[in-house]
Design a protein around this ligand. Structure first.
Ligand SMILES: Cc1cc2nc3c(=O)[nH]c(=O)nc-3n(C[C@H](O)[C@H](O)[C@H](O)COP(=O)(O)OP(=O)(O)OC[C@H]3O[C@@H](n4cnc5c(N)ncnc54)[C@H](O)[C@@H]3O)c2cc1C
Length: 384
């Protein structure tokens, strides 16, 4: 089957409308918000109004029902237009790790209960997997859920959780039957923030993505009603694999938009800034950095659109999403470093906002599976 991801006039109009919306509505007071680690609630509400929070959710549950390729284009446009990378990261977490998990694995009742509020942005979603002693080895988790009549009793700690403590709903994972191993012994749960026995603690301060909150969920004899088990008991591993597949594939579409925004900024600056009587873009040492940025951008686009096309065809994109996750996250760090170098001292100064781009970009090589873990996945898929 031949790949086809040529954009229709409607998709091109959609891209432009998202860029315009994001540039006009989402970039206010960014330096201050970054300094004070302030979540962009106004931006969030505006995104909800614009439909962003339900792009990938069918209309019957309050979403926009966009196909995967159109959603990728929208996320890319959001990354291009919105310089608040923390807000874009929060939105992606909410969409891919929470809403889409409920959509794909929830019962009809769960979908009706949670999805409309998530699409309207009245409810903020998150995904709680990582624990103090299990990061990359996520399935060495200690959190356990014991069934007692109509409730599961959860005990354990989930840490480095994006959108906590602001979140209203989290998808979490716990051991329900360790004897059955990883494949069948772990279950997923939909957790409301107000459940008795759940405290949301510790707001972490971090180097970048400072406008995206990050906290810790502590379960102490937390009573979770049985109807909050997502999918069937024991299906946690399958749910995680599917969720992380969507997240790895789509979250990084926004980073492609960020790459293009920074490239455009560098081209503009290199054509304007003069040293030694000529614009700095005429020095090969500068122009080649920009050419590399363009090469990375075009290859990143090809990769991410291929994933969108595969998903649209209902196919898996396991290998492709690991390749693109590494390529885009590491490529964005390179692009940010080169952009700082091209801007000289201005690149390093807070007011010019490029140092923030670099701080924000570094996280991408860690979350959603580190670069090392993804290289390992690619090697395994090659039979090594
Ligand atoms: C900004 C941000 C947001 C996050 N949001 C969430 C969230 O919403 N929900 C959530 O559950 N988690 C979240 N995380 C946590 C993230 O998933 C973990 O940080 C990540 O899985 C790595 O785990 P770790 O930090 O414990 O590192 P470790 O697993 O301890 O790894 C440390 C180092 O060892 C390397 N390493 C480990 N194992 C191997 C191996 N087998 N082969 C080669 N190298 C290896 C790693 O690549 C890394 O370089 C977030 C993290 C960040 C930075």
């Amino acid at each position: 089957m031949s790949m086809n991801f040529a954009w229709s006039p409607e998709q091109i109009a959609f891209y432009k409308s998202v860029v315009n919306f994001a540039q006009q509505e989402l970039n206010q007071d960014l330096i201050e918000k970054d300094k004070s680690s302030q979540f962009n609630q106004t931006g969030w509400d505006k995104c909800a109004e614009f439909g962003v929070l339900g792009w990938s959710i069918p209309q019957e549950y309050g979403g926009q029902g966009n196909d995967p390729l159109t959603t990728i284009l929208g996320l890319e446009a959001l990354g291009y237009g919105c310089r608040d990378n923390g807000l874009v990261f929060s939105i992606n977490n909410h969409l891919w790790s929470c809403a889409v998990s409920i959509l794909n694995f929830g019962t009809q009742a769960q979908k009706q209960k949670y999805l409309p509020a998530l699409c309207q942005g009245k409810s903020i979603g998150g995904h709680a997997l990582t624990e103090p002693n299990s990061g990359s080895a996520a399935f060495d988790m200690q959190t356990e859920a014991v069934l007692q009549e109509d409730y599961y009793i959860l005990n354990g700690t989930k840490t480095f959780i994006s959108n906590a403590p602001l979140g209203d709903v989290y998808i979490t994972f716990a051991r329900t039957n360790p004897d059955l191993g990883i494949q069948q012994g772990i279950s997923a749960f939909i957790i409301d923030k107000n459940l008795p026995g759940l405290t949301i603690e510790k707001e972490w301060s971090k180097s970048g993505l400072r406008t995206a909150p990050m906290g810790e969920l502590v379960f102490q004899d937390c009573k979770v009603p049985v109807d909050r088990c997502l999918g069937k008991e024991g299906k946690g591993y399958n749910i995680f694999q599917s969720t992380i597949g969507w997240e790895r594939s789509f979250l990084f579409a926004s980073n492609v938009g960020i790459m293009e925004r920074i490239l455009d900024q560098c081209v503009k600056y290199a054509r304007k800034r003069r040293q030694f009587g000529q614009h700095i873009g005429s020095f090969q040492a500068v122009s080649h950095k920009i050419a590399e940025m363009k090469m990375r951008l075009e290859l990143a686009k090809l990769m991410i659109y291929k994933i969108g096309w595969l998903k649209k065809e209902g196919k898996r994109a396991f290998l492709e999403s690991s390749i693109s996750k590494i390529f885009i996250s590491e490529g964005l760090v390179e692009t940010c470093r080169d952009a700082i170098q091209i801007h000289g001292a201005k690149g390093y100064i807070t007011d010019y906002e490029l140092e923030r781009e670099l701080r924000d970009s570094i996280a991408g090589t860690i979350y959603a599976g580190t670069s090392e873990i993804h290289r390992g996945i690619i090697a395994t898929l090659l039979g090594l």
